[in-house]
Design a protein around this ligand. Structure first.
Ligand code: C2E
Ligand code: CA
Ligand code: CA
Ligand code: CA
Length: 277
């Protein structure tokens, strides 16, 4: 009885109450974000080093809560906990495909990379939904990349593997996001249904002068290549990092050095200016 009393006291502590109110407040606002049209997508170019040009774009969700921008690091985890990620993820996918379809009329080699959370992959109709949307948007499956983190494979059931497999069978590609941050990465890589690894920016930031020896970076890239995977480095901020990674034969680079994530129409202008230059 004493323990229960203590618990009850803890549950109604004023600070906790405030936190709870703020959370449910944020949660109910997030519930209305899609219907109110507050979710938008920024796009960040991914530069292919072999072709020296932009062909791929990562879609990144943005939430404008009536003039206040809530960062994805806050609202994505909340959306995952509450299941709202299904609706938000579908909105990001739809907005992303509209933009990609527009780009494709100018440059058919372009493709779109979309972040997908493990929660979305639990939906047995996920793959079918993505493929239908692509077809309706005039986008081919091979023009799509789905980015998943290693954690989705952590307690992977066969339905999740089935979703990813049917997308890959249809021609879409799967990228392993934040590669290197999960502890079993290198060993399990050959068992995962992925086509690309995205080296986490924490590894890229180890390159400071470009003169250092970083065997961990070269091992990650060599290992991925030996398994037939392509490698993208994310969070590339300096020319030294870009040169270093290119020397290690990293296939694509992404980061503030090339572009911030931007709304599609603003990116169009920047790319056109770059082409004219
Ligand atoms: P992520 O998928 O690893 O995305 C890369 C993050 O790094 C983005 O942050 C991007 O803006 C940022 N970034 C890009 N270049 C640089 C750079 O050169 N330096 C540094 N320091 N950062 C860079 P953002 O947009 O805040 O997104 C954070 C995370 O939120 C994403 O990490 C992803 O895990 C999640 N997220 C964003 N949009 C979605 C979405 O539509 N669905 C899901 N499931 N997750 C999303
Ligand atoms: Ca990503
Ligand atoms: Ca990442
Ligand atoms: Ca991340």
């Amino acid at each position: 009885a004493k323990a229960a009393g203590k618990n009850r006291f803890l549950r109604f502590h004023p600070d906790m109450m405030t936190a709870l109110v703020q959370r449910t407040d944020m949660e109910s606002a997030l519930q209305l974000a899609v219907p109110r049209g507050q979710i938008s997508v920024d796009f960040q170019p991914i530069v292919s080093h072999r072709m020296g040009q932009v062909v791929k774009f990562e879609a990144l969700a943005r939430w404008d809560r009536g003039g206040e921008r809530i960062p994805p690091s806050i609202f994505i985890p909340l959306a995952e906990r509450t299941g709202l990620i299904n609706e938000i993820g579908a909105e990001v996918m739809a907005l992303g495909m509209v933009q990609l379809a527009g780009w494709l009329s100018e440059d058919p080699s372009r493709s779109l990379s979309v972040n997908v959370s493990g929660v979305q992959l639990q939906d047995p109709d996920f793959a079918q939904g993505v493929l239908h949307l692509a077809e309706a948007s005039g986008v081919a499956a091979y023009q799509l990349v789905l980015e998943v983190t290693e954690s989705v494979f952590f307690d992977a059931d066969c339905s999740l593997i089935k979703q990813l497999s049917s997308l890959r069978d249809a021609g879409a590609r799967v990228a392993l996001d934040d590669f290197g941050t999960g502890y079993s990465s290198l060993g399990r890589l050959q068992d995962l249904p992925v086509d690309t690894v995205k080296i986490d920016k924490s590894f890229v930031s180890m390159v400071r002068t470009g003169e250092e020896r970083l065997p961990i970076l070269s091992s990650m890239i060599n290992m991925a290549h030996s398994l037939g995977l392509t490698v993208t480095a994310e969070g590339v901020e300096t020319a030294a990092q870009a040169d270093y990674l290119t020397a290690l034969e990293c296939d694509s680079l992404q980061g503030y050095l090339f572009s911030l994530p931007e709304p599609g129409e603003r990116l169009d202008h920047a790319l056109r200016r770059a082409e004219e230059a």
